[in-house]
Ligand binder design. Structure first.
Ligand SMILES: Cc1cc2nc3c(=O)[nH]c(=O)nc-3n(C[C@H](O)[C@H](O)[C@H](O)COP(=O)(O)OP(=O)(O)OC[C@H]3O[C@@H](n4cnc5c(N)ncnc54)[C@H](O)[C@@H]3O)c2cc1C
Length: 421
């Protein structure tokens, strides 16, 4: 059903509760939960309010708003939101999963800037949640995705930012080893004004992919620098010199053009993702990655195998604790494939095989925005035991009749996870 007000959301939750079905939520479908049998799906697209408060540098948005609108409307006042790599993603879905975007090492986790969340919890009650009103929910909704309720609006701080130095440089797949080695050596020296990631790409030969990258393997190094562009250029120079670029699109750019850095596709795709966290990028893990996804890996079926450097402000202590775990990891790993057609299963198996190859160097954790939040095994990796127990306790309180679809994997994950001593 289409919700146009918090009352509509509350009515949907109560209806589901009284008919013995569950409630799910969707805006874009970018992070859609599978298995929606007997689920009343609430679409939040009509909750589309947006007010920028320029004097105090914050914004209030309805749950139907995507990042691109805030990027544009905040820029009028020289302000900016901490959006993710794709401005086409929904704000609430992103923020409830923490939110680690292309300038994260400078400004930290987006959810740390939340001032207030309005939510209809699983018991059908509308609540305004702040650090002082329902602080337990304020903790849980930042990292806990939709497990405690359906968010109807959120208020969060903006940063003063108009222009950055950034973009991406693309190399031929044949240079993958050189580029990966240079990036791994360069990352530890990067100060927190810089945020970077690397992606091994196998992009299809379709019209929206630049011809230099279409139908071949390439390696993208993404970069965003907050501060003097001349410094950014100097800092990024070793990466530009790693090998002859096939396409270099790095320079001063308006922050509103953030999407250029990762160049993600705009529309939701039926993807299979495999995510992990790494504490270091040593020669062994790089060799494993190259063997599985490098130029000689003819069986690699992933569109993208990506590593983002974390650290910097991502690991910074928060003013208000949240349910987001594992923010102290050094790198995040993500593979994306499209399991379609007769070879669909092979694409999934290939992602799992690469995941197993790099497993010795992973932390065992993952981040909520990159994990399958409907798979209890992934949920176990997303939260430490203490967080999982606390989330499950809050679910008992705020969703006593088990109405929220998103709460179910947390309950199941608790049974799978091993209690700590
Ligand atoms: C191209 C792309 C780039 C991305 N880049 C980044 C990135 O840089 N950093 C990062 O951290 N993440 C990133 N993500 C992950 C993204 O933040 C999550 O997939 C997010 O959940 C998408 O939210 P959505 O509303 O667009 O999707 P939807 O499919 O509409 O929602 C996904 C989930 O979000 C939750 N949710 C959505 N709306 C509500 C609501 N109103 N109340 C409660 N819960 C809700 C629910 O759990 C829901 O199942 C990216 C995803 C894509 C597809």
């Amino acid at each position: 059903m289409e919700a146009a007000s918090p009352e509509d959301v509350a009515a949907a939750i109560r209806f589901a509760g009284s008919h013995g079905i569950e409630v799910g939520v969707r805006l874009t479908g970018h992070g859609i939960i599978n298995h929606l049998e007997n689920v009343l799906l609430v679409h939040t697209g009509r909750l589309d309010e947006l007010t920028v408060h320029p004097d105090e540098a914050w914004v209030r948005v309805g749950a139907g708003v995507r990042w691109d609108r805030v990027l544009q409307e905040a820029a009028v006042f020289g302000l900016a939101p901490l959006a993710g790599s794709s401005p086409d993603v929904g704000i609430v879905g992103y923020l409830t999963g923490g939110g680690i975007g292309p300038v994260a090492r400078t400004y930290g986790v987006a959810a740390d800037r939340i001032r207030a969340i309005e939510v209809v919890t699983g018991d059908g009650e509308f609540r305004r949640v702040t650090p002082t009103e329902h602080p337990d929910l304020f903790w849980a909704l930042r990292g806990g995705k939709g497990a405690l309720g359906i968010v109807t609006a959120v208020e969060f701080d903006l940063v003063h930012l108009v222009e950055i130095y950034g973009g991406a440089v693309y190399f031929d797949g044949a240079d993958a080893e050189k580029v990966l080695d240079t990036w791994a050596e360069w990352c530890p020296s990067l100060i927190e004004e810089g945020t970077t990631s690397i992606a091994i790409l196998r992009l299809p030969d379709v019209p929206f992919v630049p011809w230099q990258l279409a139908g071949r393997m390439s390696v993208a190094v993404r970069f965003a620098w907050i501060g003097d562009p001349a410094d950014g250029q100097r800092v990024f120079a070793p990466m530009l010199a790693a090998a002859p670029p096939v396409l270099a699109m790095v320079g001063p750019m308006p922050y509103t053009e953030l999407r250029r850095i990762h160049a993600d596709p705009s529309d939701p795709l039926p993807v299979h993702e495999h995510a992990a966290l790494l504490d270091e990028l040593n020669d062994d893990v790089l060799d494993a990655l190259l063997a599985a996804a490098g130029p000689d890996a003819d069986d690699c079926r992933q569109l993208m195998v990506e590593i983002r450097q974390l650290g910097g402000a991502v690991a910074m202590a928060q003013e208000h604790a949240s349910a987001l775990c594992h923010r102290d990891a050094e790198y995040s790993y993500l593979s994306i494939g499209i399991p379609a057609g007769p070879d669909a299963e092979a694409t999934i198996r290939n992602a799992e095989d690469i995941g197993r190859l790099i497993e010795p160097w992973t932390t065992g954790g993952t981040l909520p925005n990159f994990a399958a939040s409907d798979d209890p095994h992934d949920v176990v990796r997303t939260y430490d035991r203490e967080t999982l127990e606390r989330l499950a306790d809050l679910i008992e309180t705020y969703d006593p009749d088990s109405v929220l679809r998103a709460a179910r994997p947390i309950r199941e994950a608790l049974l799978l996870s091993v209690p700590e001593d």
